[in-house]
Ligand binder design. Sequence first.
Ligand code: GLC
Length: 505
Amino acid sequence: MPSSNWWRTAAIYEIYVRSFADGNGDGEGDLIGLRERLPYLKDLGVDAIWLTPFYRSPMVDGGYDVADYRDVDPMFGTLADFDAMLAAAHALDIRVIVDIVPNHTSAQHAWFTEALASPPGSLARDRYIFRNSGDEPPNDWESIFGGRAWTRTPDGEWYLHLFDPGQPDLNWDNADVRAEFESVLRFWLDRGVDGFRVDVAHGMVKEAGLPSVGHPQQIGLLGREPLPYFDQDGVHEIYRAWRKILDSYPGDRMAVAEAWASTPLRLARYVAPDELHQAFNFDFLAAPWSARELRATIDACIEAADSVGAPTTWVLSNHDKPRHVTRFGSPGTARAAALLMLALPGAVYLYQGEELGLPEVLDLPAEARQDPVWHRSGGTDPGRDGCRVPLPWDASLPAYGFSTTGRSWLPQPDWAGLAASAQQGVPSSFLELYRTALRLRRTFTGPLTWHDSPAGVLDFTRDGVRCVVNLSGAAVPVPAGSVVLASGDLLDGTLPPDAAVWLRA
Ligand code: GLC
């Protein structure tokens, strides 16, 4: 595999393993099912896959509650299945990035069980964040999933969990914790993984003294205001140590941060040359469908990444956010957004099913929902199950071919028309748009230059492409040049609203 900084321009495809493909018929996606579908991904044209956690877990938070970082949960298979999948991916020149969850463990992790069984003040408790503050919790911190971030143990101490009570936060001031994660990184690097997606990369270090925020609804501020439990300066020392480990392995290993910071410049600190390689660009994901806002976001993100020599990344959907077909309100707009994203310089992260144009599933029955967000909000927040519905592979099979038995851990809506089999070879389909775009994208190089354009229109050139996106309410003329790809039909040489076109530059 060509190895030089492959991640700088890669198209990386996120696999929510539980919902991708089920190889053993139990209705839960697994590593065998994933291995069987690798040729599809090769055909799609991705450079790498990122796998959400498949480690031993009680699945309180879809596997982001890890009970054993060095083993595969039986739901997903075995370590041997992992090795076979990895070898098959590498044989197809597809790199594999795995999720690492260092902010918290599962409450069923051996360390937490030991901590609960040990007295206050013990070494076992020091690996987590326990406090004795009497009947009131130690501070006003809120769980990202709703409710307070502290749970009381029977002996009266409170422990911190920024997420579910089943996900106790680790104490990164404890040397055992640092050593353990360095060892876990090596475990997977030794097996041959190409990198890591670092979960809640901005969370591990908390402000000294654990001060209260001072007001409720803290999570609404995520990424907009400093919080004592996020983006603390001390976290960077951890990544400097991790980078040394990654660099000590051959083959261009990398890490991408899931980090929320209050400004693009603070986010850029995570991707300094001696830290991680990339960070997700949630500003792009969160930007409204507005030419002015998107252009400002694109410029700010490129400038911030350039300031530390890192590539930008772009993402429209992931396993935590409503799918962008639904967010933007129409498949046509989602197609235009995809052409915008895929023309930009840097790396892109695709979420499984976006290449099929899947919408968010809004009407899942309450009893099917599994996300702790749904449960902790008392059903007022639908949570994230709607973007995690198992993929439709084959229109003619039960569960659309997701499993061999027709089982599916979340019910699928009528997706016959969106199944991969129904789109394959249909030029106007989402799937073929993504395939063509991913193939052409490989030929684009260099930075982006904006052209003057009418209000509501984005128009830029890179070596290999000119991309024009019409976010205004009226059709606009298409600039001169031969059309190589369009998100929809052009009308008499004009680009309709909510459409995008690629021209040969
Ligand atoms: C990240 C994951 C999300 C998970 C949370 C807690 O945000 O993407 O799915 O619930 O971390 O680990």
